[in-house]
Design a protein. Structure first.
Length: 229
């Protein structure tokens, strides 16, 4: 697979295997690919192919059996767990299929949490949270708890939370998977607009081929390998 110019993500010989009662399950073997700075890459594949596991490895939330991932020139394998968490907070924004908002907190408080985790003041974190909620069209919903928001609004809060740290890389795991077609399309368009406006690189796992086709490039994870769509 041809290497991307000016890559922000470089994956080299990545393998992930799990022991099972009957032997070893290998999700993928010797994956190597790059993602160019500013690119929007979609990864598609059948359920169970390992798409989410691959994304977790790009976020340093799971370790490969072998191989390495470089993000912005930093080898994730070289970092200790605490260093990985700090690196993730500074460099990567993660959007889940399930929004994972804390129900007892408001939208503003949920979005501010990554900044509080890195030691920013309440006032500064809340001001940035309000700004990003406005970016995703939810300025008027900042004081509402997650249970008072629709599914689409909850995912918009999730996007704001991922972007509030101003990461260089967004990893999105089925960000439209829990939404109806119209709402999912609106969330994707919002993500694509923010990606372009803020010069972010995005790697998105999706089962939706129509959404994948609107990204800059699509790779298919099948039989343990990544191939161009």
């Amino acid at each position: 697979m041809q290497a991307a110019a000016n890559p922000i993500v470089t994956v080299t010989n990545l393998t992930k295997s799990y022991p099972t009662g009957t032997g070893t399950l290998t999700l993928f073997h010797d994956l190597s690919f790059t993602v160019a700075t500013g690119e929007m890459l979609a990864i598609i594949g059948a359920s169970g192919a390992g798409k989410s596991t691959l994304l977790h490895m790009l976020a340093a939330m799971d370790a490969p059996t072998s191989g390495d991932v470089l993000i912005d020139g930093t080898s994730l394998a070289s970092l200790k767990p605490a260093e990985q968490a700090s690196f993730r907070n500074r460099t990567i924004g993660y959007v889940w299929q399930a929004h994972y908002l804390l129900p007892e907190f408001t939208a503003e408080e949920n979005v501010a949490m990554p900044l509080l985790a890195r030691g920013e003041s309440q006032a500064q974190a809340r001001e940035k949270a309000r700004r990003w909620l406005a970016e995703v069209g939810l300025a008027a919903r900042a004081t509402h708890r997650s249970g008072e928001l629709s599914g689409g609004e909850q995912q918009r809060v999730s996007l704001a939370r991922a972007l509030v740290t101003e990461p260089r890389l967004i990893l999105a795991d089925e960000p439209t998977g829990n939404l109806d077609a119209a709402t999912g399309d609106a969330i994707f368009e919002l993500l694509r607009g923010l990606h372009a406006t803020h010069g972010i690189t995005t790697v998105m796992v999706t089962h939706n081929h129509q959404i994948a086709a609107r990204c800059d490039r699509t790779l298919i994870l099948q039989q343990g390998q990544l191939v161009p769509a």
